[in-house]
Design a protein around this ligand. Structure first.
Ligand code: FPP
Length: 241
């Protein structure tokens, strides 16, 4: 397993979020089908999650499938879902060894019953682990998350369980998929794109963004070290002077 770079001895952020972008371009450069890029992307995720655990990162949130990704070809969507299913099956098999806690952000109701079942089982069976928590964003969109939270909150108001006059930011955050998870200090987007793409809009208002010119399948410990080093060079002021 890769060891931490001694030049980045400062403590890592407790929560890192990653937009895993560039799988398609990685495959195209090699004359491979896009699905091969996602397969290599799943390997990059494994490497990165392992390294996060080595570093002591508490939360890793990854954008695995967005509410917009359904627009891709049926073959590509099926390929990504298959990779996720395979990963979760392995995670369930190795659960006692790896001690990774899983959470899922997004509207899981549109996933296949089999994949949904794997997500529910992974979340339930890993609930007591506390080394590192991986939050998979699946059929996730930030606006969709906020809208679902607003609807759930409005229902509680209508049922007399909430009083709109006493609503606070943290009270509302408890209705989001990320309830109970601290906001990410660092968001990484590889692939050279400089967009947020509907990823965690509520949670990232004070996050540091690091955009990198590497395609996600080529991402690994060295790139994570570089992003963390860049994060430590930033001066986080949270709106203060
Ligand atoms: C974006 O790259 C990536 C996705 C839409 C899918 C991400 C999925 C994975 C990394 C595999 C999931 C499985 C596990 C186990 C994490 P892109 O296809 O938009 O790349 P492009 O911009 O180069 O076309």
């Amino acid at each position: 397993m890769a060891q931490p770079d001694p030049s980045t001895q400062l403590p890592p952020p407790q929560h890192i979020a990653i937009i895993m972008d560039g799988n398609g371009r990685w495959a195209k450069k090699r004359g491979l089908p896009r699905t091969a890029g996602h397969s290599a992307g799943a390997e990059a995720f494994r490497r990165t999650a392992n390294y996060c655990r080595t570093l002591g990162v508490k939360y890793l949130t990854v954008y695995a499938f967005s509410t917009e990704n359904w627009k891709r070809s049926g073959e590509e969507v099926a390929g990504i879902m298959k990779l996720l299913g395979k990963y979760l099956q392995e995670a369930l098999r190795d659960m006692e060894k790896n001690h990774v806690r899983f959470r899922f952000f997004g509207d899981l109701s549109r996933l296949s019953p089999e994949l949904r079942q794997l997500c529910e089982e992974a979340q339930q069976r890993s609930g007591a682990y506390h080394e590192v928590q991986v939050n998979f964003c699946l059929n996730y969109g930030g606006r969709d998350e906020i809208l679902r939270a607003v609807k759930a909150y409005a229902q509680d108001v209508a049922a007399g369980k909430q009083d709109v006059n006493t609503l606070t930011e943290s009270g509302f955050a408890a209705y989001l998929d990320s309830a109970g998870v601290p906001d990410p200090e660092l968001v990484i987007r590889p692939s050279g794109e400089m967009r947020v793409s509907n990823f965690l809009p509520w949670q990232t208002v004070y996050s540091e963004f690091v955009f990198m010119n590497v395609l996600w399948p080529d991402f690994g410990p060295a790139e994570l070290d570089a992003a963390i080093a860049e994060y430590h060079r930033r001066n986080r002021r949270f709106g203060g002077a």
